[in-house]
Design a binder for this molecule. Structure first.
Ligand code: TXA
Ligand code: MG
Length: 339
């Protein structure tokens, strides 16, 4: 039996006990919901891989509640203090050289470990009460869009854990920016709300890892997660590139030739009037990019629930947070982009 628990101090404590006992708990964060286990208990962490059907060579993030928690886990240099001051707690994960105590099941045998301090109060309280770093990937079945509310987690994983903390819908809606600090150069391994432009204000020399900027699938990425199928709904997804009138016409044409597949267009507020006679779902506003990241995974899931078979999305110029949005939607489409 899987229980959905309201957010109360007692319920967070109940979940912390479950973690200490070696069980799994799903919890809200500002990015997506996580599926957590005691990060220092290898047996508990193995349950995460089983529940998600996750490949064992894809390492996990350790979630912490304070900076003091880094010291026993990894080698950290104070030259990165400004980076942590700027973006922690928040949607940023850092990769550091690991210390002995971190079980290899977390790092999938790598000599580095991923660490994040979430801004979600519920997440940080859970970690604090459990008194241990919490290992947590997104709480979805591997390959399906990440969960941004408790209901998504329940649909994917009920029966595989005892408790889901039922908090707010995740504000950012896409996973944290993963930044590698363990090598010669500072690199973004996975784009997120914190963009390269944001990062360069603090560390001007930083760059994207080529696994992100290259549209093709990279064979041996630094971040193993980059090589797997991700974020795929059951419906087929297509991304249409273009601008203005031309873009709208291309999206309409794509819809018309795929009527047999039950198409739906994810629209922006700015273009809503253009698509009055089409099946649409409202994605957000271009003027408020966070609305798009906030809604995207929820909409991909909802389109499946409503029985749509063909999802038509517009593409964006890859700047700021749109780099991350493009990264997710390109994967959800299986690299199905039309220019
Ligand atoms: O926002 C998030 O980061 C969410 C919430 C729950 O915190 N978590 C999340 O975890 O997205 P997951 O497991 O879905 O993604 C972890 C990513 C993967 O792409 C993995 O390959 C990468 O981090 N990663 C983990 N450890 C690594 C390491 N030592 N070196 C390189 N990449 C690593
Ligand atoms: Mg994930």
């Amino acid at each position: 039996m899987t229980e959905l628990l309201k957010i109360t101090d007692d319920n967070i404590k109940l979940c912390a006990e479950e973690i200490k006992r070696g069980g799994l708990v799903a919890f809200p964060t500002e990015t997506v919901y996580g599926l957590g286990a005691d990060g220092l208990n290898a047996e508990a962490v193995k349950k995460i891989y089983e529940a998600k059907g996750r490949q064992s060579d894809n390492p996990l993030i350790l979630h912490i509640a304070s900076r003091e928690m880094i010291e026993p886990l990894a080698y950290y240099e104070s030259k990165y203090d400004d980076l942590l001051d700027a973006f922690w707690p928040g949607p940023m994960t850092i990769i550091l050289k690991k210390k002995e105590i971190v079980p290899s099941v977390i790092t999938a045998g790598l000599d580095s470990v991923a660490i994040r301090m979430p801004s979600s109060d519920v997440a940080r309280k859970l970690i604090e009460y459990a008194g241990t770093p919490i290992a947590a990937p997104s709480a979805n079945i591997s390959g399906y869009p990440s969960p941004t509310c408790a209901e998504h987690v329940y649909k994917d994983l009920h029966g595989k854990l005892n408790y889901i903390l039922d908090g707010e819908m995740s504000e950012v809606g896409i996973e944290s920016t993963v930044i590698d600090l363990s090598r010669d150069k500072v690199r973004i391994l996975r784009p997120g709300k914190i963009s390269l432009e944001d990062l360069q204000k603090i560390l001007p020399e930083s760059e994207y890892d080529e696994a992100i900027t290259d549209d093709k699938e990279v064979k041996k990425p630094i971040s193993p997660g980059q090589k797997y199928t991700h974020y795929k709904p059951n419906a087929k997804v297509v991304i249409i590139m273009g601008e203005g009138e031309e873009l709208i016409n291309k999206m309409k044409a794509e819809y018309e030739v795929n009527l047999d597949k039950k198409p739906v267009i994810f629209t922006l507020k700015e273009y809503e009037d253009e698509f009055k006679n089409f099946n649409t779902m409202h994605l957000g506003s271009i003027k408020e990019p966070i609305s798009i990241s906030h809604n995207i995974f929820n909409l991909l899931r909802t389109a499946d629930d409503k029985g749509f078979g063909y999802i038509i999305l517009q593409g964006y110029e890859r700047k700021g947070i749109f780099m991350a949005i493009m990264n997710r939607i390109i994967k959800s489409s299986g690299h199905n982009i039309k220019y």
